[in-house]
Design a protein around this ligand. Sequence first.
Ligand code: PDD
Length: 287
Amino acid sequence: MPRIAYVNGRYVRHADAAVHILDRGFVFADAVYEVCQIQQGFIVDLGRHLDRLDRSLAEIRIRQPMPRAALTGILRQVLRRNLVTNGMVYLQVTRGVAKRDHVFPAPEVRPTLVVTAKSLDPAVNAAKYASGIKAATVADNRWGRVDIKTVGLLPNVLARQQAKEAGAQEAIFVDAEGHVTEGGATNLWIVNRAGTLVTRPADHGILKGITRTTLMDVAEKLGLAVEERRFSVAEMLDAREVFVTGATTICLPVVSIDGRTIANGHPGMTAQKIREAFFAVAEKTAI
Ligand code: PDD
């Protein structure tokens, strides 16, 4: 069965799916995106993802390609056509195709909409939960609006590559003051010595992760204290637990950073409890 993608009104073979070379997503990274996890036949936290998409589009003044119900229908179609029950769905909206000119096209052009889906083997995540991952710190040299989920991810690409070359699976961005911002494609949390969950406030310096938001609901349900404040690399290295959150991995323990072992070097109980409670709390939309 061929993999299928949606591109501007058509369902096409993934291998043949393409956008124009003057698409502003290709030329300027003038585009935003979302990634939702698919778990046992349900789209996880779809409402929150589409709310954030609306916000990202509004922040960079791209009009919505279609109403939410129609977009949801396309996500479902792509998932069904690719027989995805565990995995992810990716959607990207660009400002559209226009002659290369930095300013917005006038008159406005039709936004490009691309949707793809992919099956992921839950056993891969399970193995990562059991072992934890290694991370490496990198300087956060990104622009000042990383709260907008744009496809302009070159610093994230370079950070993850740097981490990989250091033998790690995730990069941890550190700002000019020595405070942790977030991961290369995840939000970062610590459980401090007092047992409190600490994560950076969702200002313009991080992406306000949907998993992060739902995790706050999970923490409340479990009676875990959460503090949103900045924290240093030293505090992170001294933490009882460090973990990262994101749509494709939910809550993944970090057991070593820059070659320094975190706590006893094994995944902690808090991350595990959160993961176990997560899907009962998250919104689930049937495919
Ligand atoms: N990444 N921070 C960054 C920089 C991210 O790219 C992501 C998500 C997150 C976590 O957000 P959420 O919980 O909404 O997935 C935080 C996606 C999964 C990606 O680029 O593949």
